[in-house]
Design a protein around this ligand. Structure first.
Ligand SMILES: [Zn+2]
Length: 183
């Protein structure tokens, strides 16, 4: 899946969870959405710039858990665990992302470094997936799910502005990247 698919499915899981349990948790949904994009943000920023590969260790569950643990420790020592729940929200979003990617990512990436190294792929390879009907379907569905949940949850104007701002910037970046590297 690409980013809209991930954000949409993470928001959907959160919505179903709240509807099922009947408990409304007051947590930072924006942070949750960022968490649901984090593995791709890491792979396609740090991975691309430092290692010239769009596939890095951002999708490793062990990496995510240990990274979160380090941040929790730092938070505990410096801020007396002030940001504990925020870090937890980020981690849950991030793990939901990996679950969404399970059908398309090999286990040596998901469980890195347990099953040894994995091959990094050409930095722009993932852009070819933009033509995949599955990716197009999950992106549109993810976009619509977020809108539906936002409508049902009566999102504030600020949330809508952030959401559409991010979506439009994301689509523009993808289109530019596609025309520069693939077309
Ligand atoms: Zn991913």
């Amino acid at each position: 899946m690409f980013l809209l698919g991930h954000v949409g499915s993470a928001i959907f899981v959160w919505f179903i969870w709240e509807s099922y349990t009947g408990k409304k948790k007051d947590f930072n949904k924006l942070l949750f959405a960022i968490g649901s994009m984090l593995p791709d943000i890491l792979d396609k920023s740090v991975g691309l710039f430092l290692f010239h590969s769009a596939r890095w260790i951002g999708h490793s569950i062990l990496f995510q858990l240990s990274f979160c643990l380090i941040l929790l420790l730092i938070d505990k020592i410096i801020f007396n665990s002030k940001y504990k729940s925020m870090l937890f929200v980020l981690l849950v979003g991030s793990i939901l992302h990996v679950i969404g990617d399970l059908p398309s990512i090999k286990s040596n990436i998901i469980f890195w470094p347990l099953f040894g190294p994995f091959s990094t792929r050409d930095s722009t390879d993932f852009l070819y997936n933009l033509k995949s009907p599955f990716i197009i379907f999950t992106e549109i569905t993810g976009f619509l799910i977020a809108i539906l949940v936002g409508y049902l949850e009566k999102w504030k104007k600020r949330y809508w502005l952030i959401y559409f701002g991010v979506v439009i910037s994301y689509i523009v970046v993808l289109i530019i990247a596609y025309f520069v590297f693939i077309f």
